[in-house]
Design a protein around this ligand. Structure first.
Ligand SMILES: [Zn+2]
Ligand SMILES: [Zn+2]
Ligand SMILES: [Zn+2]
Ligand SMILES: [Zn+2]
Length: 180
């Protein structure tokens, strides 16, 4: 009888031991799963960063396209669909770099501001939280005069973004990505 009880206790202990071991294994498995998940998340984040920096590499292209179009007089305002000339007052979206006539953006803001929403860029739809005044692209010169041989609406100063190595320019700065 007592032998049986001992045997029972023995098996109970074994069972408990197995249970604890199993639970331990399960826990270890869970922990390792969590680590794997964390690692894959970190990898996703790294992928996202890579993807973004690749997108960023397109920015020199965007800048070149804008400069070429401004210089050849083929940049059209996407509000009035008319050309943006050297003598027009313009405003450039600080977020998507789209250039519009100052008068067109002003009337766009007046017509869209009535709904109580803050005016947004007609191109990227982000809110317009910058001054609607005519400045050169770097913002150093108010109502800049056209300069012979210089891209329209640019001045001769260095870009005011300290990390950018360009002279006053439309489009994105050349800061994070190296160009050829
Ligand atoms: Zn226009
Ligand atoms: Zn925009
Ligand atoms: Zn400037
Ligand atoms: Zn710049």
């Amino acid at each position: 009888m007592s032998n049986d009880r001992n045997t029972n206790t023995f098996w109970k202990n074994v069972a408990t031991g197995v249970g604890v071991a199993a639970a331990g294994a399960a826990l270890a498995y869970l922990v390792s799963e969590l680590f794997t998940e964390e690692a894959s998340r970190a990898e996703e984040r790294a992928d996202e960063r890579r993807r973004r920096s690749l997108q960023g590499e397109k920015s020199p292209e965007l800048r070149k396209v804008i400069i070429d179009k401004l210089n050849s007089g083929t940049y059209d305002c996407n509000i009035c669909l008319e050309e943006i000339s050297r003598n027009d007052e313009i405003v450039s979206c600080k977020k998507c770099y789209t250039i519009n006539h100052l008068r067109c953006i002003k009337s766009h803001c007046e017509s869209s501001g009535g709904s109580g929403r803050s005016p947004h860029c007609p191109s990227c739809r982000k809110s317009i939280d910058y001054e609607l005044q005519y400045y050169c692209f770097c913002g150093s010169n108010f109502n800049p005069m056209p300069i012979e041989g210089v891209t329209p609406h640019c001045c001769l100063s260095r870009c005011t973004n300290r990390n950018c190595r360009l002279q006053c320019h439309p489009g994105p700065c050349a800061e994070r990505y190296r160009e050829n």
